[in-house]
Design a protein. Structure first.
Length: 263
């Protein structure tokens, strides 16, 4: 409670401690709308948390409930990722998908999400990874004035690209030999290697590309031959050195793939 002149008003702050961004923004709006109601004008100076009835228990969802939640979430994400959506909305959708496909964050929900993944979302993930090479293909004409106003589309495209690589590697690691054929990642290797070549400038992107390549290599051994044909061993040795200087996870992931290639 803060005093402002002769009036009392309440400052409501909402923080995200767990869960995905898309759900947070939806729930945050509901909380702030409720806080803006007439009841906020008669709050006392002391805060009394509402009592929760003992009959209300937090019960884990069963498989049917998780399956319904996964299907509903994927339907919402597919709408957000459709062509023509705003970039910031697509980033939120991809971040939510990254949360749902990571067993460390969503538990059993990750495998259920994986089993219900529609092909249109898989294709969108693949296209996002493949089409984001415009930064390295730009001309070298650059002036210091370019730093004054950041390119918003470039910013969101970078985040979207990183999230897409996270989701792809999560899905590949959740798959088995039978389901791996569903994933449109056969032509991703050259594009991911190009990202690795820019590790000195973009180590975080290189780490996500490296993780994605590691997942593909783990699931499809024939990828090893393709990597060796593209001089990948030299690329990974260089990214390992970059990681040693600036990115520990990149160093570790590069080292694991180097060991797989030389065995």
């Amino acid at each position: 409670m803060t005093e402002h002149g002769n009036e009392n008003f309440v400052v409501v702050e909402v923080q995200r401690r767990r869960g995905d961004t898309l759900s947070f923004h939806r729930d945050c709006r509901k909380i702030l709308d409720a806080a803006a109601g007439d009841t906020t004008n008669i709050c006392s100076t002391r805060f009394h948390p509402p009592r929760i009835p003992q009959s209300i228990e937090c019960k884990p969802m069963n498989s049917a409930e998780m399956n319904k939640l996964a299907i509903d979430s994927l339907r919402d994400i597919a709408l957000v990722l459709k062509e023509g959506s705003m970039l910031d909305q697509m980033v939120l959708g991809m971040e939510r998908l990254c949360f749902l496909t990571n067993p460390l964050s969503s538990g059993d929900m990750a495998r259920i999400t994986f089993s219900n993944m529609p092909q249109e979302i898989l294709q969108k993930i693949r296209d996002t990874i493949m089409l984001f090479r415009k930064q390295s293909e730009k001309s070298d004409d650059f002036s210091i004035d370019d730093w004054d106003i950041p390119d918003v589309d470039e910013y969101y495209n970078t985040i979207l690209h990183n999230q897409a690589m996270k989701v792809m590697s999560n899905l590949i690691l959740l798959s088995n030999e039978a389901s791996f054929s569903r994933y449109p990642c056969n032509d991703l290797v050259p594009s991911l290697l190009n990202i690795m070549k820019d590790a000195a400038c973009q180590p975080q992107e290189a780490y996500h590309a490296c993780r994605c390549l590691g997942a593909i290599l783990q699931m499809k051994y024939s990828t090893r031959d393709e990597l060796l044909r593209n001089d990948a061993l030299d690329i990974f040795e260089k990214t390992q050195l970059v990681g040693k200087c600036s990115h520990l996870l990149l160093e570790e992931e590069s080292g694991r793939i180097i060991n797989s290639l030389i065995c």
